[in-house]
Design a protein around this ligand. Structure first.
Ligand code: GLN
Length: 300
């Protein structure tokens, strides 16, 4: 015998808890409105629906009247709660996209930035088909090294970092993207010599944000991203550029190249360090017209 009472009650609860996608989107917008600008919330919505339901922008429109499973709804709710505290969406979901590739990220590595995609793009435009021995210093999540290797399988790619945790994440990312990168531990500010030599190209996106710039930074960066990968002292903002340039003079082949991502405030100063060490240097601007890359060709 079917218990009619029970049946109708469960239908009632199903109807009560059934949430359609449109409502969830409205709920996200309303809840996060006091915390983020509207465009950023739109971005979160796109990322969350892509992550949990695999929807792209068109699929989101096509499915906007569909119901969302209770389980998914619950997960989205916990993402919203964490976003309210300022935690970056990439750390909450544990992944991000860089140069069209998927990367695992966690608070031991910086979330790869758009500017760094421009750095990778500049290198690949020039060396996308060249067989070269390549080193990425301060690799973090492995973004630069892995994106280069994925797009130029002829490259022999090495990458180092001072953080063991970052190196573990970078190795996972190389596996995830099915590329071979030789990772090793190294502190560029130490006197320890680099264990490998004869590179055709050295690239680095070292820490370059001055302590004094903290006041103008977003809370989600300051409170969640690794300071080790971001900050340099006000009285010595170019310490990594000097150390890496000096080291490059000993480990680059003739006409080898040294590519740096830089703080927009120090283009001429970084170029000057390169020139002083025997490089022919140029400054390249990013998409926003800011000095972002210094490229030096080693003339010795
Ligand atoms: N571009 C990054 C930022 O503004 C900094 C990266 C770095 O220090 N290398 O947060």
């Amino acid at each position: 015998m079917i218990n009619r009472q029970l049946l109708s009650t469960s239908f009632y609860f199903y109807w009560l808890f059934c949430i359609i996608m449109k409502q969830t989107i409205q709920h996200i917008k309303k809840t996060l409105d006091p915390f983020y600008p509207a465009t950023e919330i739109e971005g979160f919505i796109a990322i969350v629906f892509q992550y949990y339901l695999g929807y792209n922008a068109t699929q989101m429109i096509l499915n906007s009247d569909k119901t969302i499973e209770f389980e998914v709804e619950n997960r989205i709710e916990s993402v919203i709660e964490r976003l309210k505290t300022g935690e970056p969406i990439q750390y909450i979901l544990g992944e991000t996209t860089f140069y069209d590739l998927r990367f695992e990220v966690n608070p031991s590595v910086l979330i790869p930035r758009f500017e760094t995609e421009e750095l990778v793009d500049g290198i690949l435009k020039k060396h996308g088909n060249n067989k070269l021995k390549f080193l990425d210093i301060g690799t973090g999540s492995g973004a630069i090294a892995i994106a280069i290797k994925k797009n130029n399988p002829l490259a022999e790619v090495y990458a180092c970092d001072i953080s063991i945790e970052a190196l573990k994440t970078a190795q996972k990312n190389a596996d995830l993207n099915q590329v071979e990168v030789h990772f090793f531990h190294h502190d560029v500010l130490s006197d320890k010599p680099l264990p490998i030599s004869g590179f055709d190209l050295i690239v680095s996106n070292p820490p370059y944000v001055c302590e004094k710039e903290k006041a103008a930074m977003n809370r989600n960066v300051l409170e969640h991203e690794p300071h080790l990968a971001l900050f340099v002292p006000n009285n010595d903002p170019l310490r990594f550029y000097r150390a890496i340039t000096l080291m490059a003079t000993q480990h680059l082949s003739k006409n080898g190249e040294l590519w740096f991502e830089i703080n927009e405030a120090y283009g001429p100063e970084v170029a000057d360090i390169s020139t002083t060490h025997g490089f022919d240097a140029i400054i390249i601007k990013d998409i926003n017209g800011k000095d972002r890359i210094v490229r030096g060709i080693f003339l010795h």
